[in-house]
Design a protein around this ligand. Structure first.
Ligand code: BT5
Length: 321
């Protein structure tokens, strides 16, 4: 019910009368008032004027009640916001192990105490400022297609930030969202799979939204940035999450209906990797060459100085100037 009241308030720029709300929702005016008080407790600022009714002034910066009704549908079923977790990906995986998570769940946290990157690296996850979220889906894809989920999340993430922050974010293969060579977001996709099918995919996305330079640990200051630092103003985390879930659903639909080609084309368009001379660290090895393309499996195709072409599945890229 708070969802419905919120929808009514959101659909109107001005006041909605208590009488209208109670007749549309079929509840008493006293029940409406009780729910309004509940929403206020959750951080929604709702103006109440006796002769006019209720008006939504602002929504809290991370609010499941606000977000879920706007995205719930074919793909997204649940959205849960936590104050603090170790890692949204780990939480999703441990719930999945206990069969306690529905496909279509989005887990969001205000902060993470053990946020993780790839290969056991740390993801800085202070509270009150950024987005840490895990999208839990049961994709209709074969295990070999799992990289496409990272490709998809990167395209959805880049487009979302381009639109909401109005800044030229690009994708750095394989999983970075960057702007002028500084990292603003990262993706970590994990799956539970049988040999022939993915049972569950957890797509972890971290985006630095309103973090300021002083909030970054010393070693990241030169290589990391945030939407706010680039856009020059604070941006609502709700709006980014909302847009990202819509973009993800849009591209997921295209992937399922039309295959990988359109998604790979979108990736190429937003990539800052292609055409560059790169050095790629793969474990102890380093491979250098020109990044030519992304192949059908999401691997980076590079041409080495010898003329040999290689398809690289994962690694850390440095641009060689
Ligand atoms: C990533 O790893 O970029 C994947 C990050 C995924 C984070 C999300 S948050 C929600 C979900 N739950 C989790 O626990 N994780 C996911 P990688 O490519 O390995 O990059 C890690 C490197 O990025 C670190 O070694 C640092 O150099 C740098 N880094 C760490 N925190 C950062 C931050 N907040 N912003 C920018 N760079 C950061």
């Amino acid at each position: 019910m708070p969802e419905s009241i919120l929808n009514l308030l959101k659909s109107s720029d001005s006041f909605v009368s208590g009488q209208d709300i109670s007749s549309i929702l079929g509840v008493t005016r006293a029940a409406v008032w009780k729910k309004i008080l509940g929403l206020r407790k959750k951080g929604f600022v709702i103006e109440a004027v006796p002769s006019k009714g209720y008006r939504l002034i602002s929504s809290p910066d991370l609010a499941a009640d606000y977000l879920l009704p706007l995205v719930k549908g074919a793909l997204w079923k649940e959205l849960i916001v936590h104050d603090s977790v170790e890692s949204t990906n780990d939480l999703a995986m441990s719930l999945a192990a206990k069969k306690g998570i529905t496909a279509g769940t989005v887990l969001v946290a205000d902060r993470q105490t053990r946020g993780k990157g790839r290969l056991g690296r740390r993801w800085e996850s202070p509270g009150g400022t950024n987005i840490y979220m895990s999208l839990v889906i049961r994709p209709e894809l074969a295990p070999r297609d799992v990289t496409m989920l990272t490709v998809l999340a990167a395209v959805a993430g880049a487009r979302t930030i381009q639109e909401t922050g109005n800044i030229p974010v690009t994708i750095k293969w394989p999983n970075d969202l960057v702007i002028s060579d500084k990292k603003l977001g990262g993706i970590l996709t994990e799956v539970r799979a049988d040999p022939d099918r993915i049972n569950l995919a957890v797509i972890g996305i971290g985006i630095n939204v309103n973090m300021l330079s002083a909030d970054f640990p010393e070693e990241l200051r030169g290589i990391a940035t945030s939407v706010r630092l680039e856009a020059g103003h604070a941006v609502s985390r709700n709006e980014i999450i909302l847009q990202l879930l819509k973009e993800f659903e849009h591209w997921y639909g295209i992937l399922i209906a039309k295959g990988r080609k359109p998604l790979l084309a979108a990736w190429r368009k937003d990539s800052s990797t292609l055409g560059k001379t790169v050095r790629i660290a793969i474990g102890d090895q380093t491979v250098s060459g020109v990044a030519e393309d992304i192949d059908e499996n999401g691997m980076l195709v590079i041409t080495m100085q010898t003329g040999e072409r290689r398809h690289i599945s994962a690694g850390d890229i440095t641009f060689v100037r």
